[in-house]
Design a binder for this molecule. Structure first.
Ligand code: NAD
Ligand code: IPM
Ligand code: MN
Length: 358
């Protein structure tokens, strides 16, 4: 464990973001006392409120500031019905993913308790895989345009960008992860039977990279079939690698397998650089301000951030405390419980403290 204090930029964002991030930060603060985690937080108000107030989404120059002054970023969610264009969310979230070159969107799909999954008779051993979602290009490149907009003969094009370097680095990251974590299989999902050009590139690079990892089984599935198999037989997956859009869709399905969006964590990572950690869920406007949102996704996201910052022991203590509270049915209503957002956070912190003194 490193002795120096790590600097964390906290961006709570919109909707339920501030409520769940408050619990995550308080839990990290407790770990300072119990597990010697040395973090220093600085909060930033980039959000729909700020955007509506003064037109600022992601202020000029902050990407360099974040990269130079912070070890990691912890964010809530971005999206607000008062900003129908979603412009601020795109500027802030996609701006950081692209601008900081966070090419790995790592989204674990891990069931914490058998009772949480909507699938019949599935256990924690059977739902345990990670998705490597390409995070800087694909359908998220913003290329495209309109011809004759607003007319009956309008044409809209929406392009998808696949670069050789971008495809290779995410596939390499997936295989490296598999090797380091003793995962035996990497499955690549695409739609190469229809998307002939991008799909062809992904197929060729996957084949080439997989040859460097002979001990790991390399397998391909079409993404439509994968959505079916994720429901029918999730145990077959160890590591999934896919493009930006398919990864977005697959990981909401993955979140459902774990008990819902309230349980899912993610990291937007460029190894060795300032990386961004955020729950998979969005701002959930219907739940905002009611103290009912499940903070576990945000808290498990904090655990991922700790792991990234080399605080592995604290990260596991945090996950153990989450597992314990879920087993004790100390949950919000999305998991069948009756606790508030703040109470779930409190129970998790109480468990960290009591487990530590056991
Ligand atoms: P969402 O993830 O916000 O919510 C969908 C539904 O999932 C909610 O209505 C709720 O029933 C449930 N849910 C989500 N998080 C929960 C939690 N912590 N606890 C309990 N239940 C939870 O998705 P949406 O409704 O499609 O999008 C709402 C807004 O969020 C949109 O503006 C969207 O663009 C944005 N969004 C942002 C991010 C992000 O910032 N990373 C991710 C997804 C969506
Ligand atoms: C996610 C979200 C974002 C995405 C949106 C809000 C831009 O759905 O983080 O999964 O599509 O990546
Ligand atoms: Mn999504």
């Amino acid at each position: 464990m490193s002795g120096e204090t790590k600097r964390i930029a906290v961006i709570p964002g919109d909707g339920i973001g501030p409520e769940v991030i408050r619990e995550a930060v308080q839990t990290l603060e407790l770990l300072r006392d119990t597990h010697g985690v040395q973090l220093q937080f600085e909060h930033f108000d980039w959000s729909a409120d700020r955007y509506l107030r003064d037109g600022t989404s992601l202020p000029d120059g902050v990407l360099t500031m974040l990269a130079e002054n912070f070890d990691a970023i912890l964010a809530g969610a971005f999206g607000d019905p008062r900003v129908p264009s979603n412009q601020h969310a795109e500027d802030i979230l996609l701006g950081m993913r692209r601008g900081l070159d966070l090419y790995i969107n790592l989204r674990p799909v891990r069931l914490f308790h058998n009772d949480l999954t909507p699938l019949r008779n599935r256990t924690t051993e059977e739902i345990d895989f990670v998705v490597f979602r390409e995070n800087t290009e694909g359908a998220y490149c913003g290329a495209g345009g309109f011809l004759r907009k607003g007319t009956a003969v309008e044409i809209a094009t929406q392009e998808e960008l696949n670069t050789r370097a971008g495809v290779e680095r995410i596939i390499v990251a997936a295989f490296e992860y598999a090797r380091q974590h003793n995962r035996r299989r990497v499955t690549m999902a695409d739609k190469s039977n229809v998307q002939r050009f991008g799909g062809d590139l992904w197929q060729r690079v996957f084949k080439e990279v997989s040859a460097r990892y002979p001990e790991i089984e390399a397998r391909h599935q079409y993404v439509d079939a994968m959505t079916m198999f994720m429901v029918l037989d999730p145990a077959q997956y160890d590591v999934i690698v896919t493009n930006n859009l398919f990864g977005d869709i697959l990981t909401d399905l993955g979140a459902a397998l774990q008990g819902g969006l309230g349980m899912a964590a993610s990291g937007n990572i460029h190894p060795g650089r300032t990386s961004l950690f955020e729950p998979v869920h969005g701002s959930a406007p219907p739940l905002a301000g009611k103290n009912v949102a499940n903070p576990v996704g945000a808290i498990l996201t904090a655990a991922m951030m700790l792991e990234y910052l080399d605080y592995g022991r604290a990260s596991r203590a945090l996950e153990d405390a989450v597992r314990y509270t879920v087993e004790q049915r100390q949950t919000t209503s999305d998991l069948g419980g009756s606790l508030s957002t703040a109470d779930v956070g409190k129970r998790i912190r109480e468990r960290i403290s009591s487990a530590k003194s056991e």
